[in-house]
Write a protein that binds this ligand. Structure first.
Ligand SMILES: [Fe+2]
Length: 355
């Protein structure tokens, strides 16, 4: 039986859940944490009696709450080293409490730098506090822009840009707290479900939109731009690869569906780049062997991580929704004859449109 062709349509929820997996790995968080939070938030929205539109916004807001996270990581990495380690250190920290933030930064410096390097790292971070304050604004602006390109309306865009805001600076909305406490045990049972991915897709409120044609193209293009923002050297890279690959497919005389699939593969082929620190992508000198190995394996990283969690073995609601729209993207980092991109000791290429 011939292999099925690339899918021409895909549920928005599947695509956004895949984005949440990418943000999970970009922050060194457990895989499917984003979809688990989505499930919990959506159930809480139901307990609170929110309208259908509000529940839709809660659902997608939970999945996409970190889509601005790649916006300025190269700036922070230049100041504080490994940005993924730093983001991990700040998970669970109340951003309204300077003492907590300072402690998190010290934790990050302690595990990132050798003892003799730490005093200088602390001085560098203290001198750059303005950049850290500005970082939240940049990430919110980028999140709003990406949400727009993913097809969400203005009210959602405003919501996603304020996802890091707090109710009043002194805690949480009492009505939300009361709703949570009224069903706390039931709500927290989502932490025990065996398949957060499947449960989250089942829990999508509203009309469950499906993307196809240009809307699907634009969503995949936005996902590529999200990954490219990881480094100023790669801005525009995924779009360049998509155009080049599609033109090559046309020159080879492939059917139009295959040309479309090839272009879509180009847009998302480097989504795994977010799993590697911006300190590596922007390193001015030669990479060490371990740095090179980390950067060289990015195309397989998301699918590899998903597979390790058993996600890709499930039919229907699996990250196969991504791979099913293109042709073998996991090989995108390899060239003919099986050799990989850079060699140990070589410098990163600053050329933005070279696959
Ligand atoms: Fe690439």
């Amino acid at each position: 039986m011939p292999a099925p062709g690339p899918r021409q349509e895909i549920r928005l929820a599947e695509l956004m859940a895949a984005m949440s997996l990418a943000t999970d790995i970009s922050m060194d968080q457990p895989m499917e944490e984003g979809v688990t939070i989505c499930l919990l938030a959506t159930r809480l929205a139901g307990v609170l009696g929110l309208s259908e539109l509000e529940r839709v916004h809660v659902y997608y807001g939970a999945l996409l709450r970190h889509i601005g996270c790649t916006a300025d990581m190269h700036v922070l990495a230049a100041v504080a080293g490994d940005d993924i380690s730093m983001r991990s250190a700040f998970v669970g920290v109340d951003l309204g409490r300077p003492v907590e933030m300072f402690a998190a930064m010290m934790r990050h410096i302690g595990r990132t730098y050798a003892p003799l390097e730490r005093p200088m790292a602390i001085v560098r971070v203290m001198a750059a506090t303005g950049k850290f304050r500005y970082s939240g604004e940049v990430q919110c602006e980028v999140a709003e822009m990406l949400a727009s390109r993913l097809g969400f309306d203005e009210s959602f865009q405003r919501g996603i840009s304020g996802v890091l805001e707090r109710w009043d600076g002194r805690g949480f909305d009492p009505a939300v707290v009361a709703g949570f406490l009224s069903k706390g045990t039931e709500l927290l049972s989502v932490l025990e479900v065996d398949s957060p991915w499947d449960r989250a897709l089942e829990a999508e409120p509203g009309e469950r939109p499906v993307l196809s044609g240009r809307r699907l193209d634009e969503a995949l293009r936005a996902m590529g731009d999200f990954a490219d923002l990881k480094s100023p050297y790669t801005v525009g890279h995924s779009g360049g690869v998509a155009d080049l690959a599609a033109r090559a497919a046309e020159r080879c005389g492939l059917p139009s569906d295959d040309v479309t699939a090839t272009r879509r593969a180009g847009w998302v082929h480097d989504i795994g780049r977010v799993a590697v620190s911006s300190a590596i992508w922007g390193k001015p000198g030669p990479l060490t062997r371990s740095e090179w190995e980390r950067s060289a394996c990015t195309p397989t990283m998301p699918t590899g991580s998903w597979r390790a969690r058993g996600c890709s073995s499930r039919s229907g609601g699996s990250p196969r929704c991504i791979t099913s729209v293109w042709t073998a993207p996991v090989t995108s980092g390899r060239r003919w004859r099986g050799s990989n991109r850079r060699r140990p000791g070589s410098s990163p290429s600053p050329t933005p449109t070279t696959p």
